[in-house]
Design a protein around this ligand. Structure first.
Ligand code: FEO
Length: 398
């Protein structure tokens, strides 16, 4: 049994998917699993680009055997060494001892840390712009530091127009049948998962991603082969446009994301009351309960929408912990260029609003829209929600 697929004249997809893993990086929920893509180029010379996670090593080696058709490997190219790809490198080196191991100057010390000095010593370091000829295929190496590790690089084959992009342009979710971005595969839900993957894993490195996009814009790209998710052929322009926005921390949509916490349902009622008025005014609204929504989804929606409403009970004289954690996450990821509005709750001494304002002041180019709405227990002054909604609607008109 194998699932290797020929995807161009000389290139085979030889990776596989894991549907059992609950948390990617032991952190992010992946209800639809994740794929670990690897590619074999079988031209006059053969090269495998990136390994896979240990969970799919058996399938990977079975696919690789099938695609090689009895040939051996000439090159093992390590574009990215993180263990969700690098785990199989040790076994690749053991099975194909004559293959040349290729990385770059920053890969070598990391390879030594994971595989030992002996394996790292075998690695040839290529430089930015250097090429490797495999026959008609000629791989040009492009250094892409911090997208998503310091040693990360990509390869571009001018003959086929394929960009082997490692983590960039990937997504959560298994690849179930068709490996390409067909209309049954590249769905709005897929884009949601692509956004959640990007914003949480690479989101912090917007400047470095912008540098990659600038380098890529000079290439005649016909196909993008990432190490997670679908291979892109039809949607390259759409995905580049999304990446451009995400990398520059520009919102995709003028709309409102409301992140609320509620202990007894009263802050929730205020959040939904605001959402209701906004909805009546034609505003796109998404509401999430931070206590039951993994923060990775909150982050993704915070990158998507321009306006964000934070609704927090006062807890131990401070911000409700789950809201505090969400605000810390978006700060760590460098979210900027957003407009925030605030609802606080406090039965006897509401202070969460002031504390949220102080946290938002730490975000780059973010402002506050409207006055803080205070819910006292289950009571909010008449007209306060409507007043805040009007301020947000007015801001969205700009
Ligand atoms: Fe999929 Fe940064 O590893």
């Amino acid at each position: 049994m194998q699932t290797c697929k020929k995807i161009s004249e000389f290139v085979y997809s030889v990776g596989s998917s894991d549907k059992r893993l609950e948390l990617f990086e032991n952190l992010f929920p992946i209800p639809d699993g994740v794929s670990y893509n690897s590619y074999l180029i079988a031209d006059e010379k053969t090269a495998v680009l990136d390994g896979v996670d240990k969970s799919v090593e058996d399938e990977f080696f079975s696919n690789l055997d099938a695609a090689l058709c009895g040939r051996t490997l000439d090159y093992i190219i390590v574009n990215h060494l993180e263990p969700d790809h690098g785990a199989a490198v040790r076994e690749l080196v053991a099975r194909y001892p004559d293959a040349e191991l290729i990385g770059n100057a920053k890969t070598k010390p990391i390879a030594a840390n994971f595989f030992g000095a002996e394996t790292a010593a075998k690695m040839r370091a290529v430089a930015d712009g250097e090429t490797l000829s495999l026959g008609k295929t000629s791989l040009k190496f492009i250094m892409t530091p911090m997208v998503h590790w310091p040693e990360s690089m990509m390869c571009f084959d001018e003959y086929s127009g394929i960009l082997f992009s490692q983590d960039a342009f990937g997504s959560f979710g298994s690849v179930d049948g068709n490996v390409f971005d067909g209309e049954n595969e590249f769905t709005p839900q897929y884009v949601d998962e692509m956004r959640r993957y990007y914003t949480n894993i690479v989101g912090k490195y917007g400047a470095q991603v912008t540098a990659v996009l600038n380098k890529a814009s000079a290439l005649d790209i016909k196909m993008i082969c990432p190490v997670h998710g679908l291979i892109l052929k039809e949607r390259i322009g759409e995905v580049f446009a999304l990446y451009k926005k995400w990398a520059s921390f520009e919102a995709e949509k003028k709309g409102v994301f409301i992140a609320y916490a509620s202990m007894y349902g009263n802050t929730k009622r205020a959040a939904f009351a605001l959402g209701s008025v906004l909805g009546e005014n034609g505003v796109e609204v998404v509401i999430a309960d931070v206590s039951k929504t993994d923060v990775s989804y909150l982050v993704a929606n915070s990158f998507k929408y321009r306006n964000i409403v934070v609704a927090s009970p006062t807890y131990n004289g401070a911000i409700y912990p789950k809201i505090d954690s969400y605000l810390s996450d978006i700060k760590m990821l460098g979210l900027s260029n957003r407009r925030f509005s605030i609802i606080e709750n406090g039965s006897w001494a509401p202070v969460a609003g002031k504390a949220v304002v102080e946290k938002i002041a730490q975000l780059k180019n973010c402002g506050i829209i409207g006055d803080v709405v205070t819910v006292k227990g289950a009571t909010v002054a008449d007209g306060e929600i409507e007043k805040l909604a009007a301020a947000i609607v007015e801001d969205l008109s700009r």
